[in-house]
Design a protein around this ligand. Structure first.
Ligand SMILES: N[C@@H](CCC(=O)N[C@@H](CS)C(=O)NCC(=O)O)C(=O)O
Length: 214
């Protein structure tokens, strides 16, 4: 059975948990003591699970894969949902999805880093640079989503349904406040977060509650 090396407070792990839920893939979770244990930096983890010392990682019957975006591509390809909307076949949509998957890592390097600084004591990080970097990426996303909205589109790729690009970019935008980054100046991005939280089957995580919950 597929195993997910997981940490509940990780937005990158959330991406995989949510994809597994939406695709209905049976799996087991291997909890990793990310904080305070730093188990992801242990010799055993580096040697056997991920030499980069990062989460998430999956082990699908011996097939080890790291990096949230790579895992989303793999899961959506292997367990195709009925409509195939998470990773569409159309070449232009696929190109757009790949482009925004790359942006997801920019969000991790900036907004997620700011959150690690503020919530888990990663004080070696340059918080001003993290926040400024996050705002720069959010500006690009907000402008793009406003333009999409003017054409009657709600998601990052020009498709009627969300794709793995939306899932990959979502958590650290939604959690930006935990890194001291306000979404006040990004109305289209706030609207997109709202739409995403209202998708059927949205599971949420600490700090991002499903629509309709307390
Ligand atoms: N590109 C990777 C980045 C993963 C990442 O930064 N994961 C965090 C947890 S959310 C981590 O393991 N950080 C520890 C580190 O980078 O040393 C991905 O998207 O999965």
């Amino acid at each position: 059975m597929l195993k997910l090396y997981d940490y509940p407070l990780s937005g990158n792990c959330f991406k995989v948990r949510q994809m597994l839920a939406w695709l209905g893939v049976a799996h087991e979770t291997v909890p990793v003591n990310f904080y305070p244990g730093r188990e992801h930096k242990s010799a055993a983890f580096l040697a056997n699970i991920n030499p980069l010392g990062q989460l998430p990682v999956i082990d699908d019957d011996g097939f080890l894969l790291r990096d949230a975006q790579a895992i989303l591509v793999y899961l959506a390809s292997r367990h195709h949902d009925a409509q195939g909307h998470w990773h569409p076949d159309d070449p232009k949509l696929r190109g757009q999805v790949a482009m925004w998957l790359a942006t997801a890592d920019d969000i991790t390097r900036t907004a997620s880093a700011a959150r690690l600084h503020d919530t888990l004591g990663y004080h070696h990080l340059d918080i001003d640079a993290c926040r400024a970097g996050a705002r720069a990426v959010f500006r690009v996303l907000d402008d793009h989503l406003a333009e999409q909205a003017s054409m009657g589109l709600r998601w990052l790729a020009s498709a009627p349904e969300p794709t793995i690009a939306d899932l990959a970019c979502f958590p650290y935008v939604a959690l930006a406040g935990e890194g001291g980054i306000s979404l006040d100046e990004f109305p289209a991005l706030r609207n997109w977060v709202w739409n995403f939280r209202h998708l059927p089957g949205f599971i949420g995580m600490s700090g991002i509650f499903p629509a309709g919950s307390a």
